[in-house]
Design a protein around this ligand. Structure first.
Ligand code: DX5
Ligand code: ZN
Length: 208
């Protein structure tokens, strides 16, 4: 199982990123919020881009924004493995997926807890990753919604029925107990469980 660490709940991002460099975490999950798609807003890219200098890990970017087109070229400049945006955006989904691919970066679509898995069908041939939200997007430290287990299973069956190799990631409320509901996933994204722990490596080991 691959692990992506979210630093959304960190009170000292440079220090926590440096601590994560010392672990075997696979990716740094970068939550980007515009204050429109979700009520909260993260720092502007001009400030954030300096912070990424503290990490030597590949980035897994999660855009919780209304207009992904504006953010994709910025995050494509960094050491980025995946850029994922939300299925629920009003923007042209296909165009944004193609834009991500044009930078040679893997593209993903995220679904909120109330968005049906079936709505992903038209985009499946373009996708490298599906991000299933385990909580309503917008903030860290929320409890995992148990229905997510069925959504993950449904996502896996859908991918298999089309004989595709799309990765599944889950994000929100993941800890040592809730990871057991996510066995069909390829990547577990976890924020507060890792960041609030005494030893980041021990927390990560608990998720694998
Ligand atoms: C929620 C974010 C998540 C969040 C995960 O909107 O997309 O990435 O930071 O944090 P935890 O693991 O604390 O739910
Ligand atoms: Zn996220």
């Amino acid at each position: 199982m691959k692990i992506s660490a979210s630093f959304l709940s960190s009170s000292n991002i440079p220090i926590d990123l440096k601590k994560l460099n010392e672990t075997d975490v696979d990716y740094i999950h970068v939550d980007v919020m515009d204050g429109k798609f979700v009520p909260n807003k993260t720092m502007p890219f001009s400030e954030m881009k300096n912070i990424y200098k503290y990490t030597n890990k590949r980035l897994d970017v999660h855009l919780m924004v209304e207009n992904p087109k504006k953010y994709i070229p910025l995050y494509a400049e960094l050491n980025t493995e995946f850029i994922t945006f939300h299925m629920e955006v009003m923007d042209d989904i296909e165009e944004n997926l193609e834009l991500i691919k044009s930078y040679g970066i893997k593209c993903g679509l995220a679904i909120k807890p109330n968005t049906p898995v079936k709505s992903l069908v038209p985009y499946l041939p373009l996708l490298d990753l599906i991000l299933v939200m385990g909580v309503e997007p917008g903030k860290g430290g929320q409890s995992f919604i148990l229905e997510t287990e069925d959504k993950i299973k449904e996502t896996k069956s859908l991918i298999n029925s089309y004989h595709l190799g799309i990765l599944i990631s889950v994000d929100g409320g993941i800890d040592q107990a809730t990871k057991n509901y996510c066995q069909e996933c390829d990547i577990l994204t976890s924020g507060s469980y890792i960041i609030d722990g005494k030893s980041f490596q021990e927390q990560i080991d608990g998720l694998r």
